[in-house]
Design a protein around this ligand. Structure first.
Ligand SMILES: Cc1ncc(COP(=O)(O)O)c(C=O)c1O
Length: 389
């Protein structure tokens, strides 16, 4: 069996069509898009085409897309950019920003940083599937709240929030709605208008585009303060010479993502459900996250009396690449904050594994993993003092 990659939630290979689209921008159309000569104008024109493609995937207008260096920067720009306009509210009582306990570090750490500077942040809990309760959200909003930031689809367990319902609540309470949609965009339909989203973060490398590029949707009329000061690029919201090849790659990835959304997700749902059915055949194995409100490509399990780290290593020996926590936190041996928020114990969190499928995932790979994993779990349990049977 050749190597099996089931960690598409961490990153994806770049689509060959994306590479082809990017190629001319390294050596032929290399002008600085801000230059007024033809080299610059050619690059700038193509960047605008890319902006259109990104906007089209989420039903936004092209002028509402700000290119960034990725999802992390988009999250920082959205949250700090809005908070900077509410400095006067600092140190007043009642949450200024509402977020959740299951955010990606890019949002969580940004909120913690803002807390240190005097902003009050409320972290909404989630139920055992990873969903917030909209009643909790309504009850948490105070007269000082100016922003809700909530992850669209969780990067670890794949749970998809009730985004439309949430958008109605933020709109009727006059607070801004930011969503980290890095894992959702390109995998499920995302419509910023229908969901009344004000700010949305996306990242290229999760959708078969290059690494180091992403975008922030900022609804027309919404003001944010920039993180970087400089030449005033991107309507003054994000200074720095634009990453032309990266942006062209992101645009192509979005175009392909839109074209392939239905077929890709149908295929992945079938493969995911086969994997879930097979793996849940293992004694004392459980699915983490919501049974059906989950990303088409995500299957997240926990196994009693085994360590996810050991499973991960033994799968790696069998040439199967999966994730224990989220990629960003998997090097730390702390239990995942997302799994703890579901109510799992630290032991249960440590016994969890994430499988994320992608365009290249083949049925034979699902069968291979379904055959190898039960053997590995059994082997580890034989050595585990926690396994009583
Ligand atoms: C939900 C989520 N938000 C943000 C990020 C960060 O994106 P980037 O790697 O483009 O900075 C990731 C990446 O793992 C993610 O999964």
């Amino acid at each position: 069996m050749k190597k099996v990659y089931m960690d598409y939630g961490a990153t994806t290979p770049v689509d060959p069509e994306v590479i082809t689209a990017m190629n001319p921008y390294f050596f032929e159309i290399y002008g600085n898009p801000s230059s007024t000569h033809s080299y610059g104008v050619d690059a700038a024109d193509d960047i605008e085409q890319s902006r259109l493609k990104v906007a089209s995937l989420i039903n936004a207008k092209p002028e509402e897309i700000i290119f960034t260096s990725g999802g992390t920067e988009a999250d920082n720009l959205a949250i700090k950019g809005v908070a900077a306009l509410h400095e006067n509210k600092k140190n007043t009582k009642g949450p200024h920003i509402i977020t959740t306990e299951i955010e990606h570090a890019a949002v969580l750490e940004t909120c913690k940083y803002l807390e240190k500077t005097g902003f009050d942040v409320a972290y909404l809990p989630v139920d055992k599937y990873g969903l917030i309760k909209t009643e909790d959200l309504k009850n948490t909003i105070s007269k000082n709240t100016f922003l809700l930031s909530i992850i669209y689809a969780n990067n670890e367990i794949g749970t998809i929030q009730e985004i439309e319902e949430i958008g109605k609540i933020t709109e009727s309470n006059g607070i801004l709605f930011h969503t980290d949609a890095v894992q959702a965009v390109g995998k499920i339909p995302v419509d910023v208008n229908r969901s009344r989203i004000d700010l949305l973060s996306l990242s290229s490398h999760k959708i078969y585009g290059p690494k180091g590029v992403g975008g922030l949707f900022v609804k027309k009329g919404i003001k944010i303060k920039p993180l970087f000061h400089g030449g005033g690029h991107e309507q003054g919201k994000r200074s720095s010479t634009l990453n032309t090849p990266g942006i062209i790659g992101l645009g192509k990835a979005c175009e392909l993502g839109k074209k392939r959304l239905v077929t890709d997700s149908k295929k992945m749902i079938k493969q995911r459900d086969t994997l879930i059915k097979n793996i849940l055949g293992i004694e004392e194995s459980y699915l983490n996250g919501h049974p059906n409100k989950r990303l088409p490509n995500n299957a997240h399990f926990r196994f009693s009396a085994v360590e996810g780290e050991s499973l991960h290593m033994m799968l790696d020996n069998k040439q199967i690449a999966v994730a224990t926590g989220s990629a960003c936190s998997s090097k730390k041996l702390k239990p995942s904050h997302v799994l703890l928020a579901l109510g799992l114990t630290p032991e249960e969190s440590h016994g969890s594994l994430r499988f994320t499928l992608g365009r290249q995932t083949e049925d034979t790979e699902i069968s291979y993993v379904s055959k190898e994993l039960p053997k590995i779990v059994e082997h580890l349990r034989k050595m585990s003092p926690l396994w009583k049977k």
